[in-house]
Ligand binder design. Structure first.
Ligand SMILES: Nc1nc2c(c(=O)[nH]1)N[C@H]1C(S)=C(S)[C@@H](COP(=O)(O)OP(=O)(O)OC[C@H]3O[C@@H](n4cnc5c(=O)[nH]c(N)nc54)[C@H](O)[C@@H]3O)O[C@H]1N2
Ligand SMILES: Nc1nc2c(c(=O)[nH]1)N[C@H]1C(S)=C(S)[C@@H](COP(=O)(O)OP(=O)(O)OC[C@H]3O[C@@H](n4cnc5c(=O)[nH]c(N)nc54)[C@H](O)[C@@H]3O)O[C@H]1N2
Ligand SMILES: [Mo]
Length: 772
């Protein structure tokens, strides 16, 4: 195939041979076919390590292989044979590296030794670990106050490292914990907790086998949590209806072949997935959900009039909920023409879906970023909870809410303390166990930390994993603010943009990856993670570390803590020797969740943390599950005129967040490019844009800042009118920092108001295209 940008609609089922081929190709291209294949056998097995890709739990099935194409890619890129060390950094100035694409940076391979930025030469130069920690200590101790430092966490970090990090940072004196969750499922953590008393999902894996209907709203399962496809295939095979709600007809939600299904693979067979596809407009989910609830109220009234069985679960509503009358009044006041106009879905289809929901005695609703990343993402989640509550779909087998989490341990990191708004009871426990007085004032989430950098009040940024600079909004402003910091530290496996946009002093500290053996004084260590269904399991690496000079995240945290607080009475050094000691402290700080941690984790399958709504227990101020309202139907503030389009920034099939594996997006038919714009053909015509034309995109905002990207290839795509989509992070320059969910602070990356026009001037500079 040529390396020209191409658009060729994909007509095969998702999964299947396409996925099997892509797996093999990723392993081959990273030159790790044998080593990678061996490691894949240990992935997601009781004695092995947890897949570093998504947070979907392992099923309780005996299967020889439990991984997916994208998990295999994540592993192949982690286990790659390629290495970068002193020679690489000596050969390239940081300015030169800045001109390279993200894909090129990723392709260079694993970091092998600690590096320090040298301003005189504009190179990263080798340094010792001792020098690195001394530099971190010097900067942190020099601050006027601890709130001048920002401590970022990305969700790949283990419970053990995250817990110690949260203790270190609080002992140091701040709650500044921006984390990737702030850009992701924070509307779940904050918003769902308002509804049901916990910001976590309530279903367990076994519920999928008992569900009578499954909804998937705003989530691209086949790409972002492919192992979940297995549950969907099984559900469809037993004729449970699956309702997909999405502005994009995602391939895997239409037809899928399980790569593990030998017969289907051999016969090129596949299973249809969604029995009902609702082609919602971007930002139309609240309207859709209100339409479904409106129908239920009507059906319930009709059933009552006819003396038939009620449609709503009145016993559950009476015993367990609060605010029913207000919800009913709000929904009944909502008018069908508005619901249809806002959602883009016909009344007839909404009524049909309500019928599916009403007939099901156990429904699971799954959702992803298509729901959370809106200006009222948290309130849309309230509507999902409302809908479930109307038929008692909490605390019942086969039913519940299923936020599909992103990073493999993002949920766990929050549980063990990565929280800029810590609960007072938790701080009391911390004080009792560690003897220091933790700061009580709330710290910064991601948006606030960027604002602090812009305002010049932040001085130090420490990134525990992740690629902060490319995940956040307003890229050019963020670059500028970041480069004014006094110290930036990237604790990472791979070189990324975040290390090139750096402060006056900067460090890159390479870590042992999840798939690798973490050998300490008392022997090889394991770590733990909490998946999206609150199961805590252990993860034990099996590969040799990419270099002898890597350190574990745990060690790096402990040594940073010692450097920042030389007199700290906490025995930081002892934790490095034996991670059981960390787990004992986690058990002391969280006795309800983590009692007997070291014993229970040695069960092959780990253990599940309690999720009170499963027992119909509600830790809310009312002591009940709350029906909560969203005003009107629009989850995003309308702005701009009739030419306004809503832009959703999404992931391609071949990326992991800011890590770009290839420039292809197979299921959406895009090859060799990432600067594309998926657009309805009518919307293209209205702007005089032909297929393949290059366009400019400009944000509509009230703050007077011009935000524009140029040269995006337009492809006609089955999008609803007025809804367009393209890839993150390339489109982040269009996302204003001030455009976020009010309740959680999560940037509204799925609904940016924009104008699109034919390209006005040729592109000046673009990161160079990477070799194929
Ligand atoms: N391979 C791979 N796996 C991953 C990741 C990855 O990048 N690559 N990232 C991980 C992370 S951190 C996360 S958070 C998850 C993300 O997984 P997803 O939640 O699937 O995230 P996105 O790809 O951003 O796309 C969300 C979906 O929402 C749809 N959508 C957009 N706007 C709307 C809307 O207004 N309403 C509705 N109903 N739908 C809408 C889009 O069409 C798309 O199908 O995946 C995790 N797993
Ligand atoms: N416009 C727009 N913006 C978005 C989103 C969107 O949908 N649209 N999605 C948001 C979401 S959901 C998320 S979660 C964030 C993601 O934001 P981040 O979590 O910050 O970004 P990642 O790309 O996942 O981070 C990748 C880097 O992590 C490092 N890394 C990988 N494995 C390890 C490890 O084991 N340990 C350590 N220490 N480092 C490791 C590598 O150096 C790699 O380059 O982006 C958010 N930003
Ligand atoms: Mo995420």
């Amino acid at each position: 195939m040529s390396d020209k940008p191409e658009f060729k609609p994909y007509t095969h089922p998702a999964g299947g041979w396409g996925a099997a081929n892509a797996t093999a190709r990723a392993l081959m291209e990273q030159s790790v076919l044998a080593k990678g294949s061996r490691a894949l056998l240990a992935m997601n097995h009781p004695d092995g390590f947890k897949c570093p890709s998504c947070a979907w739990p392992d099923p309780d099935r005996e299967k020889t292989l439990e991984f997916c194409e994208n998990g295999a890619k994540a592993l192949a890129f982690e286990a790659t044979k390629r290495r970068i060390g002193a020679d690489f950094f000596a050969a390239h100035t940081v300015t030169e590296l800045m001109a390279r694409s993200d894909h090129w940076l990723e392709e260079q391979g694993r970091l092998t030794q600690p590096m320090r930025y040298d301003a005189a030469s504009d190179h990263y130069v080798p340094c010792t670990w001792e020098d690195a920690f001394a530099m971190i200590g010097r900067h942190l101790r020099a601050l006027d106050n601890p709130d001048q430092a920002e401590f970022y966490t990305s969700g790949r970090t283990s419970n053990e490292a995250a817990f110690l990090y949260s203790v270190f940072v609080r002992a140091f004196g701040t709650n500044n914990f921006p984390d990737c969750s702030n850009m992701c499922h924070e509307p779940t953590s904050r918003g769902l907790a308002m509804s049901i008393g916990i910001g976590k999902g309530t279903v367990r894996m076994e519920d999928f086998a008992a569900a009578e209907a499954i909804f998937i709203i705003g989530q691209n399962t086949g790409t972002n949590s492919p192992r979940m496809m297995t549950e969907l295939v099984h559900a469809r095979k037993r004729n449970a209806p699956i309702v997909a709600v999405n502005p994009m007809p995602e391939r895997a939600l239409i037809r899928f072949t399980e790569p593990q299904d030998a017969i289907k693979m051999a016969t090129f067979g596949s299973t249809p997935i969604a029995s009902e596809f609702c082609h919602v407009r971007i930002g139309g989910d609240a309207a859709f959900l209100k339409g479904v609830m409106k129908t239920l109220f009507e059906m319930d009234a009709a059933a009552e009039a006819a003396g038939e069985a009620p449609v709503l679960d009145h016993a559950f509503i009476a015993e367990h909920t609060h605010g029913f009358a207000e919800l009913k009044a709000d929904i009944e006041a909502t008018q069908w023409p508005d619901i249809v106009a806002m959602s883009g879905i016909a009344e007839e289809q909404i009524r049909h879906v309500a019928g599916i929901y009403a007939r099901s005695n156990a429904t699971i609703i799954c959702y992803g970023m298509g729901v959370t990343q809106h200006q009222q993402g948290a309130r849309v989640i309230h509507q999902i909870a409302n809908l479930l509550m109307l038929r008692g779909n909490f605390g019942k087998k086969g039913a519940g809410i299923c936020p599909v989490r992103g990073h493999s341990n993002v949920q766990g990191d929050r549980t063990v303390g990565i929280d800029e708004k810590p609960a007072p009871a938790y701080l009391d426990r911390l004080q009792a166990v560690f003897g220091f007085n933790p700061p009580r004032a709330h710290g910064h989430h991601v948006v606030e930390s960027v604002q602090a950098m812009i305002d010049g009040t932040a001085k130090v940024f420490i990134g525990m994993g992740g690629n902060f600079i490319h995940a956040i909004p307003d890229t050019p402003v963020a670059y500028e603010a970041m480069s004014r910091l006094e110290l930036t530290v990237g604790i990472a496996t791979k070189l990324n943009r975040g290390h090139l946009v750096h402060g006056r002093d900067a460090l890159i500290l390479p870590v042992i990856a999840r798939s690798e053996i973490d050998h300490q004084k008392t022997g090889p260590q394991f770590v733990t993670i909490e998946d999206a269904m609150a199961n805590v399991t252990s993860s034990r690496g099996v590969l040799h570390p990419a270099s002898a000079d890597l350190r574990s995240e745990v060690e790096i945290v402990c040594r940073m803590a010692r450097a920042a607080m030389p007199d700290s009475p906490i025995a930081w050094e002892s934790f490095i020797e034996d991670y059981d000691r960390i787990r004992d402290l986690i058990a002391q700080v969280y006795p309800d969740l983590y009692h007997d941690f070291n014993t229970r984790i040695r069960n092959k399958k780990g253990f599940a943390l309690p999720v009170p709504p499963r027992e119909r227990k509600w830790n809310t101020p009312t002591g009940r599950a709350n029906f909560l309202l969203i005003e009107g139907l629009d989850e995003d503030t309308p702005i701009g005129g009739p030419d306004m389009l809503r832009l959703s920034t999404i992931r391609s099939h071949d990326q992991y967040n800011t890590t770009i594996y290839t420039n292809n997006d197979r299921y959406r038919g895009v090859y060799n490019t990432r600067t594309v714009l998926f657009m309805n053909a009518e919307d293209m015509r209205a702007r005089g844009l032909e297929e393949g034309a290059l366009a400019d995109i400009e944000t509509i905002s009230a703050d007077g800042t011009e935000r524009r990207v140029t040269g995006f290839m337009v492809v006609p795509y089955p999008m609803p009118r007025g809804s367009i989509a393209g890839y993150y992070p390339e489109l982040n320059p269009l996302l204003p920092l001030s455009h976020f969910d009010e309740i959680s602070g999560t940037p509204a990356a799925k609904s940016i108001p924009v104008r699109v026009m034919a390209q006005t001037a040729p592109v000046a500079a673009r990161p160079e295209p990477q070799p194929a």
